[in-house]
Design a protein around this ligand. Sequence first.
Ligand code: AMP
Length: 112
Amino acid sequence: MAETIFSKIIRKEIPAKIVFESDTVLAFHDIHPKAPVHILIIPKIEIPSAREINGREHAQLLGDLFDAANQIAEDFGVRENGFRLIFNCGPDGGQEVYHLHMHLLAGKKLGF
Ligand code: AMP
């Protein structure tokens, strides 16, 4: 599958408001925020969607994504009040960018 704009963000070829980076994970502000805090947390390797995830192969990476989410929630002061983590998957799931990403939404009481 062709690479996405997120690969260019990982390579710092296009700008993003980066809030977290490790060897395996990058996180940055969503360009069209749906909540006061809206961060995208992505693996640095190219995985198109949650459909390509299996526990045996990706357990560590998934742990890294969740560790990043908790760290970011702490940094933004929203860990205690809570937050929402979303993976949109495929056309019916509303996925637009085919590079696996976790949305972290917080900062208000979220409806559905
Ligand atoms: P999804 O619909 O789950 O694929 O979400 C893709 C998200 O990426 C959307 O919320 C977009 O607003 C966001 N997005 C697209 N391009 C960029 C970009 N260059 N920088 C930050 N966020 C982006």
